[in-house]
Design a protein around this ligand. Structure first.
Ligand SMILES: [Zn+2]
Ligand SMILES: [Zn+2]
Length: 340
C-alpha cells in the first residue's frame, strides 16, 4: 500500500510502498478514504511529543470502510464506514479507566503516535475504539469531526454554562466548536493572530459576534475561553479578559511555556485547566450532536502524497477550516475536489 512515513522527528514524511497490515484479534482492517490533519500530527512530526513509534504512519482522524475483521470483533461488519480517533487503546484497569476517565489512562496508546495511523491506504484499529460515522457526512467532511470536533467538544463542555465564549486560534477545532456554541445559544468571540483578517472574517461567517487579534481586548468580559493555539502567552492574555469565576481551557496537547503572570489574573475564582485526549463517550456524544447542529466542516483537500505540504500549510496558518488527506480519490464523491 501507499503510505507516508515518519522515519525520524524533524524530517519530512517519506512516501513509500509498505505491506498492508493485518487485522489481529479484536481489530479491523480499514480501507482509508480520508484522514484529516491535526495540529498534534505536527507536534509528533516536529518532535515536540516524546517517543513516537518509529517508523510511524501518522494520522488519527481516519474515515474508512471495513475491509476485514479480526477474531472476536462484534458489532462491525465488512463494508461499514467507521472512524478512528486519537485514543486507540486503553488498559481498562488503571484507576483512571475504572473511574470513567479513560482519556487519562496511564497505559493508553494513541493512533498515529504509538499505533500506525491513517496517512496510508489501509490501517488497522481496535474495533472497540472506532465510531460509526453519521450518515450525511461525506468522508472528507466527516474526518475533522474525529479530533478537531471531539477535542473541541470536550473543551467546550469544560466551559460549563459560559455564555460569552472566547476562542483563541480559529483553525479546525474552533471552526467546528463555534458552530456548536452558537447552536447552544452562546455568544462567540474569536481571537486570531494579529492581522489575520481572513480568519476573522471566517469566524464571523460562522456566527462569531466579534473577531479580532489576540492582542486586543474583546468588547466585553468573557465567561470562558478555549485556547486552541499552541502559544503559552495566550494563557495570561485569556485570563485577563475572562470575568470572575471564568475558566480558561487549554485544548492542545503541546504549548510553548506560559510566561509568569500576576496572581491578580487568577484571583476571583478564575481557573485554568487543560483537556487531554478523549473518552469513547465523548465520541459517541459528539457524533450524535454534530448532525443536529448541523456542524458543517470546511475542508482543504490534499492528495495523500502531499501530506508534507498539508502539514506545512497548517504550520503556516494557511488552512481555512481543516486540512484533509484524500486517500482514495477513486470514489465518485471525491472526484474533482483534489486540486493540490
Ligand atoms: Zn487505564
Ligand atoms: Zn488531533
Amino acid at each position: 500500500m501507499r503510505a507516508m512515513i515518519l522515519d525520524a522527528p524533524g524530517e519530512p514524511l517519506r512516501a513509500a510502498e509498505v505491506p498492508v497490515p493485518e487485522a489481529g484479534a479484536g481489530q479491523v482492517l480499514l480501507r482509508v478514504r480520508a484522514c484529516a490533519v491535526c495540529r498534534t500530527d505536527l507536534h509528533v512530526v516536529d518532535g515536540e511529543l516524546p517517543e513516537p513509534r518509529l517508523p510511524l504512519i501518522p494520522g488519527h482522524q481516519i474515515v474508512g470502510t471495513v475491509e476485514e475483521i479480526g477474531g472476536g470483533v462484534g458489532g462491525i461488519a465488512v463494508g461499514d464506514r467507521i472512524g478512528v480517533p486519537w485514543l486507540g487503546w486503553t488498559d481498562g484497569e488503571c484507576r483512571y479507566c475504572l473511574s470513567g476517565r479513560e482519556n487519562l489512562c496511564e497505559n493508553a496508546r494513541f493512533t498515529g503516535y504509538q499505533i500506525d495511523g491513517g496517512y496510508a491506504e489501509y490501517a488497522v484499529a481496535d474495533h472497540r475504539f472506532c465510531f460509526p460515522i453519521p450518515e450525511g457526512y461525506p468522508d472528507l467532511q466527516a474526518a475533522p469531526l474525529l479530533c478537531a470536533g471531539l477535542i473541541g467538544h470536550r473543551s467546550l463542555r469544560f466551559t460549563g454554562e459560559a455564555e460569552r465564549l472566547g476562542l483563541y486560534g480559529f483553525g479546525a477545532s474552533a471552526h467546528i466548536i463555534a458552530q456548536v456554541a452558537v447552536h447552544q445559544g452562546r455568544r462567540v468571540f474569536a481571537f486570531t493572530s494579529p492581522h489575520d483578517t481572513e480568519a476573522q472574517d471566517f469566524a464571523r461567517d460562522l456566527g462569531a459576534e466579534w473577531a479580532g487579534s489576540s492582542e486586543e481586548a474583546p468588547p466585553e468580559e468573557l465567561d470562558a475561553a478555549i485556547i486552541f493555539a499552541p502559544v503559552g502567552a495566550l494563557v495570561p492574555a485569556a485570563l485577563g479578559v475572562v470575568a470572575r469565576g471564568g475558566t480558561v481551557v487549554c485544548a492542545g496537547i503541546h504549548m510553548s511555556d506560559i510566561p509568569s503572570f500576576s496572581y491578580d489574573l487568577l484571583w476571583g475564582e478564575r481557573s485554568v485547566r487543560s483537556v487531554a485526549n478523549l473518552t469513547r463517550q465523548d465520541g459517541h456524544e459528539f457524533l450524535a450532536l454534530a448532525p443536529e447542529v448541523p456542524v458543517r466542516t470546511e475542508v482543504v483537500p490534499f492528495a495523500l502524497e502531499k501530506a508534507n505540504e498539508a502539514l506545512g500549510a497548517l504550520r503556516g496558518g494557511r488552512i481555512r477550516g481543516a486540512a484533509v488527506l484524500v486517500v482514495d480519490p477513486s470514489r465518485e464523491s471525491l472526484q474533482g475536489q483534489v486540486d493540490r
